[in-house]
Design a protein around this ligand. Structure first.
Ligand SMILES: N[C@@H](CCC(=O)N[C@@H](CS)C(=O)NCC(=O)O)C(=O)O
Length: 98
């Protein structure tokens, strides 16, 4: 009987491990709206929490007079969530999860 090695999955495991290791060492900041209004914010928050990735959370309450100006302090797109990793910013929930 032949034994086949699934190299594609091994490579993927290695890449995922390496991304997770980086994320756990990085001092990540996640800027989000309130989770009950913003499922996009919740999505990013859940992924970081589920993978035990440490991060500082900055929560901006949505639908307040100062919401737009508070978001603009961090986000050029004017949207949350936004992940900050040093000089890198990731301004979209799916991109953060990826
Ligand atoms: N496609 C974006 C959508 C982000 C988005 O539209 N976020 C809303 C909150 S759910 C927002 O920032 N709104 C700005 C505001 O309420 O002033 C993502 O998935 O991150």
């Amino acid at each position: 009987m032949h034994e086949t090695k699934n190299t594609a999955s091994t490579d993927l495991d290695t890449q995922v491990s390496s991304v997770l290791e980086h994320a756990k060492r990085a001092e990540l900041i996640l800027v989000i709206g309130n989770k009950n209004y913003s499922s996009w914010s919740m999505r990013a928050w859940l992924v970081l929490a589920a993978f035990d990735i440490p991060f500082k959370e900055i929560r901006i309450i949505l639908d307040r007079p100062d919401t737009t100006s508070r978001i603009a302090e961090y986000s050029r797109s004017g949207r949350v969530p936004l992940l900050i990793d040093g000089d890198l910013t990731v301004p979209d929930s799916l991109a953060i999860c990826g």
